[in-house]
Design a protein around this ligand. Structure first.
Ligand code: PMP
Ligand code: GLN
Length: 395
């Protein structure tokens, strides 16, 4: 969140973007020895079959440039996975493209599809890279605000969404399951978004990196927007291996959708990174083919840790909002006398020995998120317990 100084050589359109809040907060955790429940990364490794496949690929020569769209085995595995879990049929040769994480897929897509001045509708709080990708493309973001409803679940106002569409709308960029709120968009919400995309003839880009991390008590199971009637042909669906297989540092992502959209994305991607992660691609192919039990057990284990953290945060006096999926839960700091999440989180390591992330930085309407902070529960139980122990004695 450090912003550029006058005289900085950085281009104007990137000036509003400093160091990401995740890097800032992880550095703060290292500096202060606080328990890091800020940046969302697991502290345990992913499936051993996947790790063994990566080691084998590395030792057996898979170390040169893979093909631009990704190795055939990974593209086939991505297509099979989409069929198995979401009933979406993809041609692995033309409708799947592998990227350097979901981050690159989002950036390449926005750069590929937006002319200068085009508008991109997204829901705020939004994942930080969306704002930067939109700015790099010279496009304009049109956020629609998610606010806690009567039961604490985040909802948006239909009229606000309708009003966000206009003659310059080019894309809707939707993240569900949603970081940082843990919201899973309901079928009714998705149907409204789908109707508006069709009425205004715009593309949808969906970030579904948490597609498997939806808990058993969620109001709704995860539903890809692309699976709704009329949406397959206008949606580019993005996901990645990082969350599902606990390998956030691998940065293996992908986009699936109609051939023209995948091809447009890849035309830009080839000049960003060209290709990536040669020895990791076969390993992710193995992971995507793991039996259903893997996906179920991983999410069930994460749900236990969510429950552990939610109980602890509640005992520590925070108002915890429901998390239906992802790695994250949102808490309201006002019951503890907190007013501003940024100040609260900057001070939390000193006061409580824990790092969290202020949700405010993901809003244009900063007041809407001023009192909200995000905790990550993708950590070992003992780490969560230690964080809770510390938070309970907050001074
Ligand atoms: N989108 C969302 C919503 C995320 O939370 C993250 C964080 N990892 C990403 C994209 C980035 O994914 P990747 O690491 O695969 O680039
Ligand atoms: N997606 C991770 C989070 O939300 C952070 C990724 C990053 O640091 N860019 O915590």
């Amino acid at each position: 969140m450090t912003t550029a100084q006058p005289g900085d050589p950085l281009v104007q359109r990137m000036r509003p973007f400093g160091t990401t809040i995740f890097s800032e907060m992880s550095a703060l955790a290292v500096r202060t020895g606080a328990v890091n429940l800020g940046q969302g990364f697991p502290d345990t490794d992913g499936p051993p079959e996947m790790l063994a496949a990566a080691a084998e690929a590395l030792a057996s020569g898979a170390n040169q440039y893979p093909p631009l769209p990704g190795i055939p085995a990974l593209r086939a595995a991505i297509a099979d996975h989409e069929q198995r879990f979401w009933g979406l049929t993809r041609d692995p040769d033309t409708e799947v493209g592998v990227t350097a994480g979901a981050t690159e897929a989002v950036a390449a897509t926005v750069l590929a599809l937006c002319e200068t001045g085009d508008e991109v509708i997204c829901f705020e709080p939004y994942y930080d890279s969306y704002a930067a990708s939109i700015a790099l493309a010279g496009a304009v973001r049109r956020p629609v605000t998610l606010r806690p409803g009567p039961d604490g679940r985040f909802v948006f106002d239909e009229a606000e969404l309708r009003a966000a569409f206009g003659p310059r709308t080019r894309l809707v960029l939707l993240n569900s399951p949603h970081n940082p709120t843990g919201k899973v968009f309901t079928r009714a919400e998705l149907e409204l978004i789908a109707d508006l995309c069709q009425e205004h003839d715009v593309h949808a880009v969906t970030d579904e990196v948490y597609e498997h991390l939806v808990f058993s008590d969620a109001a709704t199971p995860h539903l890809p927007l692309a699976s709704l009637p009329g949406m397959r042909e206008r949606t580019l669906r993005i996901s990645s291996a990082g969350k599902t297989f606990s390998c956030t540092g691998w940065k293996v992502g992908w986009a699936t959708g109609p051939a023209p959209l995948v091809s447009a994305m890849l035309r830009v991607k080839q000049f960003l990174t060209f290709v990536n992660a040669a020895p990791l691609q076969p390993a992710v192919a193995v992971a995507l083919g793991l039996p259903d039990d893997y996906f179920h057990d991983f999410t069930a284990g994460l749900q236990d840790r969510r429950d552990r953290l939610v109980a602890g945060l509640t005992e520590a006096g925070l108002r915890v909002l429901p998390s239906e999926g992802t790695y994250f839960v949102t808490a309201d700091i006002r019951p503890l006398g907190g007013v501003d999440g940024v100040e609260f989180c900057r001070d939390l390591p000193r006061r409580g020995g824990v790092v969290a992330v202020p949700t405010q930085v993901f809003y244009d309407d900063q007041e809407a998120g001023r009192h909200l902070i995000r905790f990550a529960f993708c950590k070992r139980s003992e780490v969560i317990d230690e964080a809770v122990r510390r938070l309970k004695s907050l001074t």
